[in-house]
Write a protein of this length. Structure first.
Lengths: 164, 108
């Protein structure tokens, strides 16, 4: 496996509505996090260029900690849009995401503030190839049966790997 | 006065979890145990129903708020969280603006 992207809270881009709050935790360290609501599905996105040499099955590893919940689980969705040179997609007005890739963690850490990582296999990568303009969209799947934890889920980072 | 609507109970649900997330108040229960809009059950529904049932009492009532909660939630909720639930529901029974005046921007 090779790490291809490390997506950080400060580099996230947000839609016009229902996006996670970019906030800080830790009173002195001021750690930037994305706070995903437990009841409203919120999304954010990261954009870049698919690196040369990408191959195999991609995986997203979401590192998170709970704000207050110490019981239940959380679920996240990762969607991918890959636009190739000359593709007929008007990015000024349209999107073309592949089918959602879902994953969950049935048990959040027993202590709020402890981190945990969810690995989501990205089977639906919108036929990405090297050089494509790629968008990763991440959402907390609040309607998922496994998303039962109360309170915000703080996403600290998303690592994207391929099979190389 | 009737029970609060599912929409109003849901507003309380969202506001309380936002509040507790901000405060870092431990939630040793699931979000559905606090309130489930699909089934209109959970602690918020229980306490609202308790208030509604007993608001007209003219005699001393021996069913306390704690008794209205599920057994699991009686111990899972902290005393502060129970107080927050009671305040939020009571305020919402006067209206969303009233609740907003207590809980601020956490109320949508």
């Amino acid at each position: 496996m090779t790490t291809r992207f490390v997506l950080t809270p400060e580099s996230a881009q947000f839609p016009s509505a229902n996006f996670p709050q970019l906030t800080t935790i830790h009173s002195t360290e001021r750690i930037l996090v994305l706070a995903f609501d437990p009841t409203t599905q919120e999304t954010c996105q990261w954009r870049g260029i698919a690196p040369q040499g990408v191959t195999g099955t991609w995986t997203a590893i979401i590192t998170y900690a709970m704000a207050s919940g110490v019981s239940g689980g959380v679920a996240f969705d990762v969607s991918v849009q890959a636009v190739s040179n000359g593709d007929a997609l008007d990015i000024d007005a349209s999107v073309s995401f592949d089918t959602v890739n879902g994953g969950s963690d049935a048990s959040v850490p027993g202590t709020a503030g402890y981190i945990e990582q969810i690995s989501i296999t990205l089977n639906n990568m919108d036929s990405v190839s090297a050089g494509d303009w790629i968008t990763f969209r991440v959402a907390r799947d609040v309607a998922d049966a496994n998303d039962t934890a109360a309170g915000d889920a703080y996403v600290l980072s998303v690592e994207v790997r391929d099979g190389a | 006065m009737a029970n609060l609507t599912v929409q109003d109970r849901s507003k309380i649900w969202r506001a309380l979890m936002r509040r507790w997330s901000k405060d870092g108040a431990l939630c040793n229960f699931t979000k559905q145990a606090l309130y489930n809009p699909q089934t209109d059950t959970g602690a918020i529904a229980s306490v609202d129903t308790w208030i509604d049932t007993h608001q007209g009492n003219t005699t001393l009532d021996n069913i306390g708020m704690n008794g209205s909660l599920s057994i699991a939630m009686r111990s899972a909720l902290s005393a502060e969280q129970k107080t927050d639930i009671l305040i939020a529901i009571a305020a919402m029974r006067r209206g969303a603006e009233y609740l907003r005046s207590v809980f601020g921007q956490e109320v949508d």
